[in-house]
Design a protein around this ligand. Structure first.
Ligand code: GUN
Length: 291
């Protein structure tokens, strides 16, 4: 079997167009332009790139972005004070604190300071708590997990009763994806570094979500024929044949797994574009919650 390639770029573009239309409709109705504040602490190069692409994407759909950069030597209180000021700023509908924060910061305290109505990343403990509970709904779903679910729901008419395996249990991806899959009535197994006989657990998956940050860890013979595979990993591997000296690969060995799976996301061009599209969608949602 040769897998269908899920085109994240095209799906992300369609969502961005919907958001751009939503922004136009707000403006036509005399409402405010949605605004997103990004907070970057320190100089992590990957975080700098991510924040820049988020700001650029905002501009493309008509969302205003307000960038704030603090030194890695900033105090915990300074970051929290900035967040509180942004909570009170009516031009700001969404607040994104780029993670990870430099070592020494109490991430949970910073995230808890964000007003839940502006928590477009969905990482506030209250939003995550609501995601984890039956009969409750978060105001916002974290962006990458929302993108993963969007792709799965497009691929598979109903996830009910399917065996889903999530590789990785991070706060940003693995755990919220697992919670969303449970909410979609899948039977969910979460695997991590202590899981025994990982390959045979992965082999039970009708749906596999890989988010461990280990280049090409999932091999062809780990995957059940016909599975749908979502690869969240973005790993740099040295490659002297490339102008930049490296190439990007996922957590899944694409060459092998695409021979076995029914559908698979590529890296790059799979989940990545959906993360940003969902952030834009959440920011528009935040504005619409207010007026
Ligand atoms: N770091 C990696 N992914 C994300 C994300 O979706 N949001 C934030 N704030 N930080 C991240």
């Amino acid at each position: 079997m040769t897998a269908r390639i899920i085109d994240g770029k095209a799906i992300g573009e369609a969502i961005r167009q919907e958001v751009a239309l939503g922004v136009e409709q707000r403006l036509a109705a005399g409402k405010t332009r949605p605004g997103l504040a990004t907070v970057l602490v320190g100089e992590n190069p990957a975080s700098q790139v991510y924040v820049k692409s988020k700001q650029k994407a905002c501009a493309e759909v008509g969302i205003e972005s307000f960038g704030f950069e603090l030194s890695k030597d900033a105090r915990q209180n300074e970051v929290e004070k900035l967040v509180r000021e942004l909570n009170a700023d009516p031009k700001v509908n969404g607040i994104l604190v780029q993670l990870p924060l430099p070592s020494g910061f109490d991430e949970e305290r910073v995230l808890s300071a964000i007003s839940i109505e502006k928590d477009v990343d969905g990482f506030h403990p209250l939003n995550i708590g609501r995601l984890a509970q039956k009969g409750r709904d978060p105001l916002f779903v974290p962006c990458t997990p929302a993108g993963v679910m969007y792709m799965l729901e497009k691929e598979i008419p109903s996830l009910e009763g399917m065996n889903a395996v999530v590789l990785g249990r991070s706060n940003i991806v693995g755990m919220p994806v697992a919670l969303l899959l449970v909410r979609a009535n899948a039977t969910v197994t979460i695997c991590h570094s202590r899981t025994r006989d990982l390959a045979s657990v992965v082999r039970t998956a009708d749906i596999l979500v890989a988010a461990v940050g280990k280049p090409e860890m999932v091999r062809g013979d780990w995957v059940k024929p016909g599975a749908v595979v979502i690869d969240v990993g973005i790993n740099h591997v040295d490659d002297a044949t490339k102008p930049r000296g490296y190439r990007l690969v996922g957590d899944v060995c694409f060459e092998e797994v695409s021979q076995v799976a029914q559908a698979i996301t590529p890296v790059p061009g799979g989940v990545g574009p959906l993360t940003i599209a969902m952030l834009l969608k959440n920011t528009l949602h935040a504005a619409n919650l207010r007026d």
